[in-house]
Design a binder for this molecule. Structure first.
Ligand SMILES: *Cc1c(COP(=O)(O)O)cnc(C)c1O
Length: 361
């Protein structure tokens, strides 16, 4: 049996260090907004050469807080890719803003810069780009659009810790980089977690307030905030794993290269380009008989996942927003994509076994 993911195995090599940090937190007795969080925030900012990192409760909240910090007029439009995990869209809705979907490029699966201009109206104030599956968006044209139309930019980096475009890290292009540390992400906690990167002092102060009831001085609340803090224990665990992020990403890359080099032309494979350093949060292939293929692999003991079976515009929760609108490229991707094992927990032998099974389908 080759599972799609095995978190116990993924985290096994960090267990001793986790336990040491766990004991340190227990000894100190400080669980919320303490030294472990400050340390991790500093380390994560330094990794990105960003000025500030604000640890938050999860990836969805990271996007919500970034949007709230922009203080956009209610009803403002925010450009969002149609091919994304629903969290990106939900964050916009949660802030009383309007998510305007833009179709992806069928080859990269990321938002198509050429289609953004057509979605911009006088109400458009911001863009959220998603570096999906661990590949960054085509940032040069996106930055040109940002400049030309004077739009704010938030990067949803939940799948792209350590990914680069022209040697610049995901999360360092826009006003904000929003990260999730959900356990399966490339940098995963042992529970929920998230962070926002920014370079502006004012934004940083607002984020710090927003995550803690709108307060910067206990029991004095200046703005309407939330409880969106990253706790000491998760921050401590993340500090253990951050120094290994590049090595973990390199492992995913090695596995991805096996697929790239050995899979038959039966499958549509991810495009790789020298301008991009991909981190393969997900290694996806596309195939017309996707569902049958998934069942075939399951029968051979190989676990796979569909990211995602239903695109945001077809979700019941968003029915009112997108009723009657069509996003055929997002549909095409959702109908044909299959994510195959490609985690830090997998060995090269296991991936060769998956490749063997795929090539004899
Ligand atoms: C995982 C994910 C999120 C949400 O992160 P959580 O920590 O689960 O809230 C947002 N956007 C994308 C693209 C994701 O993959």
């Amino acid at each position: 049996m080759i599972p799609y993911e095995n978190l116990k195995r993924l985290n096994e090599s960090f267990e001793d260090e986790f336990k040491a940090r766990f004991n340190a937190v227990i000894q100190k007795g400080h669980y919320i907004l303490g030294p472990q969080l400050e340390l991790f925030e500093q380390e994560f900012a330094t990794y990105h050469t960003a000025k500030y990192c604000v640890g938050v409760s999860n990836g969805l909240d990271a996007i919500i807080l970034a949007l709230r910090a922009l203080d956009l007029p209610p009803g403002s439009e925010v450009i969002v890719p149609s091919n994304t995990y629903i969290a990106t869209v939900l964050a916009v809705v949660a802030c009383g803003l309007v998510p305007v979907l833009v179709e992806p490029d069928i080859h990269t699966y990321n938002i198509d810069p050429a289609k953004i201009a057509g979605a911009i109206t006088p109400h458009t104030k911001a863009m959220i780009v998603v570096h999906l599956y661990g590949k960054m968006c085509d940032m040069d044209p996106i930055m040109a659009i940002k400049q030309k139309h004077d739009l704010y930019l938030i990067e949803d980096c939940a799948q792209a810790h350590g990914a680069k475009y022209r040697n610049k890290l995901a999360g360092t292009f826009g006003e904000f980089g929003a990260f999730s540390f959900y356990p399966t992400k490339n940098l995963g906690a042992l529970g929920d977690g998230g962070a926002v990167l920014c370079n502006d002092d004012g934004y940083k102060d607002t984020l710090l307030q927003l995550r803690n009831y709108g307060s910067s001085r206990k029991y004095y609340n200046d703005i309407v905030g939330y409880n969106n803090r990253l706790d000491e224990m998760q921050a401590a665990f993340l500090s253990v794993k951050l120094p290994h992020l590049n090595r973990m990403n390199a492992h995913r890359n090695k596995l991805a290269r096996l697929y790239q080099d050995h899979l038959s032309s039966e499958y549509i494979l991810p495009v790789c380009d020298n301008d991009y350093a991909d981190v393969f949060h997900i290694y996806n292939i596309r195939h017309k008989q996707r569902d049958d293929l998934q069942q075939y692999l399951l029968n051979k003991g190989i676990g796979t996942v569909i990211h995602y079976p239903v695109p945001p515009h077809r979700q019941k929760a968003l029915k009112d927003l997108y009723d009657g609108k069509e996003f055929p490229i997002a549909d095409e991707i959702h109908n044909t994509t299959l994510s195959v094992p490609c985690s830090f927990c997998h060995t090269e032998d296991e991936i060769m076994e998956v490749i063997g099974a795929l090539n004899s389908y």
